[in-house]
Design a protein around this ligand. Structure first.
Ligand SMILES: [Zn+2]
Length: 610
């Protein structure tokens, strides 16, 4: 959904000048840095694209132009579109969230009740979760009903401060506690049902989903509560019960504890993944804050992609019991599919991260992390151990189990190294392993190859025309020359010609151009693509005046040569009809064109023109 549509055809909630003001006021680099680790390169910032899976960064952000562009997948836009795409916000929400950030207030009065309702539903849902979290938290900390739960947490080493920080709570035994509470607060029960906090019986009656459980609010990176995880304290099934997915909560795309861990993951350039909520809280409490937990499921590819934006140093921690080992083997595939080579820590028998840290302390845990081995090695070791590799049959079985993983490694060199290792470990020749992998010798790359950064993918070839547009974008003052020399008239690529005209109009109207604004005006997707690509190419080798000069020469020479071709055809035609005087006329014209071209070769821009 483009912003211009929202603003022009949708209800006009936010005045356009406010939108512009906010866009100008906030740093797009800062906002995106909350989600992507960016490095400065030239005039741009660069990082791994959050919208597609990649190994070499092709995601660029330009502060001055207030714009981002991915050369890999083509996602692009301004700071609002980034939040819309990344945070699943609508345009209103993106503007509102940045209005808070920039302190630029938005007029609220003009909203009709219906507009308010539309706007407010998401906000209300977060509000419901936050109210419920507070209700549960109060019960845990202050009510007799929560005493057993509180004692359980304290026994597991979670202190009161952590309970407060992560807003842990207790959902009481009855069927209607939270329903009653939400009703007393006048909050929408149908919305609470959408969130899965309560369950409808069909006749306007509801009952609580979470009963007699410790509840763990699950936050998004903006510190809003999306849902809950609930753990039973005593006996009972299921041990864990979580909020279902809702329009504000997708568990495959979120991680427990990320709202706090993010800052530390970036700072330490490393992330630790544990299995349970309590493990995570225990580690955070011990000061190991670059830790996240999967949300009650095996780690998903989306979760790995999220972490990969911040660091490629990923360490997973597993218990040494059979279910921990199984989970470890299962976790390898999504990593390999995302070209990540994680490391792994296997805790001593009987320990989980929580008990280990409490018994042996923070330093011992960090030591384990520092010395973590490759997950792939552990998985191979595990498979080898499980199969009776003393026998040939056992060796072959083990090899067959490892081969699918080997095939998933996208880096050729890394894959070869692992084939070598497996070959040594099992005593099976490398060729045999490769042939089991479906390739006779060393295989080629399995992964899709990635496009080189900054390669222009547009179909047009005419470099001078593109360069002129680039210079117009970067140096708006050059449009005087462009107009005076009527350069656009000589453009052969219609798209570029139209875009050039549009740029001239923009710049003449506003004295400069505003890239996001211009983008809103463009309806044609291929134009957007052209503008985005041109805007993100880095500076010219020489200076822009000289480059413009070269372009003008090139443009004119091409034009002249096209005309010469036509004249040459006319000469040939005149000669076949033996029309000597006509032929002579065209020959003279041909000579003139050649002479003109020699002049063009010497063409220089008057420096003071610019
Ligand atoms: Zn991308």
């Amino acid at each position: 959904m483009s912003q211009v549509n929202m603003l022009e055809t949708g209800p006009k909630f936010i005045p356009e000048d406010k939108v512009k003001e906010i866009r100008e006021a906030c740093s797009i680099v800062e906002v995106i840095s909350d989600y992507v680790s960016l490095k400065k390169t030239g005039t741009n910032y660069r990082g791994l694209c959050p919208f597609h899976n990649e190994k070499t960064p092709s995601f660029f952000v330009n502060e001055e132009k207030k714009f981002f562009n991915c050369f890999g997948c083509g996602e692009r836009g301004d700071v609002f579109s980034f939040l819309m795409k990344h945070e699943n916000m609508n345009f209103q929400e993106a503007v509102r969230s940045l209005s808070k950030r920039t302190g630029i207030s938005l007029p609220e009065k003009a909203l009709t009740p219906q507009q308010q309702k539309m706007l407010g539903e998401r906000e209300e849902c977060f509000g419901i979760n936050e109210s419920a979290a507070k209700f549960y938290n109060d019960l845990l900390l202050q009510d007799r009903a929560g005493e057993e739960a509180k004692n359980y947490l304290i026994k597991r080493g979670i202190n009161i401060e952590t309970i407060k920080d992560y807003c842990l709570g207790f959902a009481p035994e009855g069927w209607g506690s939270v329903v009653k509470y939400l009703r007393s607060k006048n909050l929408s029960l149908p919305n609470a049902q959408k969130l899965g906090l309560i369950i409808g019986k069909g006749n306007g009656q509801y009952y609580d989903r979470f009963r007699n459980r410790i509840v763990f609010p699950i936050y998004n990176v903006s510190h809003r509560i999306m849902g809950f995880g609930g753990r039973i304290i005593s006996e009972g099934e299921p041990k864990y019960l979580n909020s279902p997915e809702s329009f504000i909560y997708q568990k495959r795309r979120n991680l427990y504890g990320l709202q706090t861990a993010l800052k530390y993951i970036k700072k330490e350039n490393r992330v630790i993944i544990v299995e349970g909520y309590i493990d995570l809280l225990s580690l955070h409490q011990a000061g190991i804050k670059n830790t996240v937990a999967a949300l009650g499921t095996a780690l998903t590819e989306q979760q790995i992609q999220i972490l990969k934006r911040y660091t490629s140093n990923i360490i997973t921690v597993f218990d040494s019991d059979p279910s921990g080992k199984k989970a470890m083997i299962r976790s390898l595939e999504p990593f390999l599919n995302n070209s990540v080579s994680p490391r792994v820590v296997i805790l001593p028998p009987g320990d989980d991260p929580d008990s280990f840290v409490r018994k042996q302390g923070q330093k011992a845990f960090v030591d384990r992390i520092e010395n973590a081995g490759s997950l792939f090695d552990f998985v191979v070791g595990e498979i080898v151990q499980r199969n009776q590799t003393a026998t040939p049959r056992g060796k072959i079985d083990a090899c067959e189990e490892v081969v699918p993983f080997l095939k998933m490694i996208s880096d050729e060199m890394e894959r070869d190294l692992y084939v070598q290792k497996v070959s040594q470990k099992l005593g099976i020749k490398q060729e045999h392993i490769y042939s089991k992998m479906g390739s006779t010798s060393k295989p080629g790359r399995f992964a899709r190859s990635e496009k080189p950064v900054l390669q222009t993918t547009s179909a047009f070839q005419n470099n001078a025309e593109k360069l002129i547009l680039r210079i117009m974008i970067d140096y708006p003052e050059t449009i005087d020359i462009v107009e005076k020399e009527a350069l656009l008239e000589d453009f052969t690529e219609p798209d570029l010609k139209e875009l050039g005209k549009l740029l001239c109009m923009e710049i003449k109207q506003h004295g400069k151009h505003n890239l996001p604004y211009l983008f809103d005006k463009l309806e044609n997707e291929s134009w957007k693509k052209i503008i985005a690509e041109l805007s993100f190419q880095d500076n010219y080798a020489g200076n822009h005046v000289k480059t413009l000069e070269d372009c003008i020469r090139d443009l004119r020479l091409r034009k002249s040569s096209r005309e010469r071709k036509k004249v040459k055809a006319l000469i040939e035609q005149a000669e076949t009809t033996r029309d000597d005087s006509l032929s002579l006329k065209y020959q003279l014209e041909y000579q003139n064109l050649l002479q003109e071209e020699r002049k063009i070769q010497r063409y220089k821009l008057n420096f003071y023109q610019i």
